[in-house]
Design a protein around this ligand. Structure first.
Ligand code: ZN
Length: 388
């Protein structure tokens, strides 16, 4: 019989650090004794790993002594929120947004900054540098920056492969370029993956190991979590449900093909069709207002709403049939305008999905935003780097 390979002390240390981070994420502030109890790892090993995490600025000791520890009260440990931050950057077709957050993932809402997305890649980088300079010159230690991007992203090369809705980033690496200018670790995270991570970290998917996140904003993509892991595919490009052809002679898609599902099932598709019907260019806020209040215009676009309802339902049903998830989360704006709009999407999706796969698969709105996603993506990379 072969004896198991001896685990390297360094690897053991990294695994211990990872376990500590996981315990603090799940339980919140905890004493060393509680972590020992929770992990089953010896007190000296935990103590050494905690020391190293404190030194790296990933943990802090809480101000209040633990009330649950018997004997000598210890100060509970928590993921750093005061001394270390992480930044989330959301690159989108129409706007760029930034936010800072603690290492527990809680956003500092007062720090949200927003700008219109510039035309060129160089201006895009300039804008992000400009928005983040005040944060990076403050006293707080920024551990890293998660950059959420729409479209196909090669996670290994940290490069945008194809972004139909933000084409100036095609073939570029915003993370490498921003890291060179800002001097802080930057990580590129595909938007649908970022949304999955955020939903699992602090949203409605906390206890779920199998779920699908469907993003139907500007483009249409899905993130798939199976057995607790994101589905990546060979180069990290899996999940492009939006570029499945549904109308062979349909309209031109940003990917270059025609008749993609993405041209029919998104916020942008409804905005385009409703603008054409009403004979004026609507902005997203106007569209929501029209959907919310009874009016002749609302009646006029009822056919457009009906079509996008069906196509979004088709996308959800496809995700259910393909991946048999425990739940589907939908990130889209227009169905939030009125409760009956999303009810209709859900109803049609369940009609179109195969019954055995759709049974017990709730379809609900995602609770985490793209800002949460960028932060969650950054945190995952930060903890992976520090504990692997
Ligand atoms: Zn396409």
């Amino acid at each position: 019989m072969r004896t198991p390979a001896r685990i390297e002390p360094r690897l053991l240390g990294q695994m211990t650090k990872r376990r500590i981070v996981d315990v603090l994420r799940a339980r919140g502030p905890s004493s060393r004794a509680e972590i020992v109890r929770e992990t089953g790892i010896s007190a000296p090993t935990i103590s050494k790993a905690v020391g190293s995490l404190l030194e790296a600025g990933l943990l802090e000791e809480s101000d209040s002594p633990s009330t649950t520890t018997v004997g000598r009260p210890g100060r509970p440990l928590m993921l750093a929120t005061k001394t270390s931050h992480v930044i989330g950057v959301v690159l989108d077709a129409d706007r760029i947004r930034t936010v800072t957050a603690g290492l527990d993932g809680a956003l500092h809402d007062e720090t949200v900054d927003e700008r219109a997305t510039p035309e060129s890649y160089a201006e895009l980088l300039d804008a992000v540098v400009d928005m983040l300079t005040p944060v990076l010159t403050s006293e707080i230690n920024v551990q890293g920056i998660g950059i959420s991007t729409p479209g196909l992203t090669d996670q290994v090369r940290q490069e945008v492969v194809l972004s139909p809705n933000l084409p100036c980033t095609n073939g570029r690496s915003p993370s490498t370029d921003l890291q060179a200018r800002l001097g802080v670790p930057c990580w590129l995270v595909r938007e649908t993956h970022a949304l999955c991570l955020a939903e699992r970290m602090q949203g409605r998917a906390r206890a779920l190991d199998d779920f699908v996140m469907l993003d139907g904003g500007a483009g249409l993509g899905i993130g798939v979590v199976q057995r607790g892991e994101l589905l990546h595919g060979h180069r990290g490009l899996a999940g492009e449900l939006g570029h499945v052809t549904v109308e062979p002679d349909g309209i031109r898609c940003g990917c270059g093909n025609v008749g993609c599902l993405e041209t029919r099932a998104t916020d942008h598709a409804l905005l385009r069709d409703a603008s054409r019907t009403l004979g004026r260019a609507l902005d997203p806020r106007e569209l929501i207002e029209i959907l919310t209040t009874p009016s002749a215009e609302r009646d006029a676009i009822a056919g457009d709403v009906d079509r996008v309802t069906t196509w979004l339902a088709v996308a959800i049903a496809a995700a259910i049939n393909l991946f048999n998830p425990r739940a589907v989360f939908v990130h889209a704006r227009w169905p939030r305008a009125r409760a009956d709009l999303f009810d209709a999407v859900r109803e049609r999706a369940l009609e179109r999905a195969l019954l055995p796969t759709a049974t017990h698969c709730p379809i609900q709105f995602a609770s985490a935003t793209k800002l949460h996603g960028a932060v969650a993506g950054g945190l995952q990379r930060l903890f992976d780097q520090q504990t692997h």
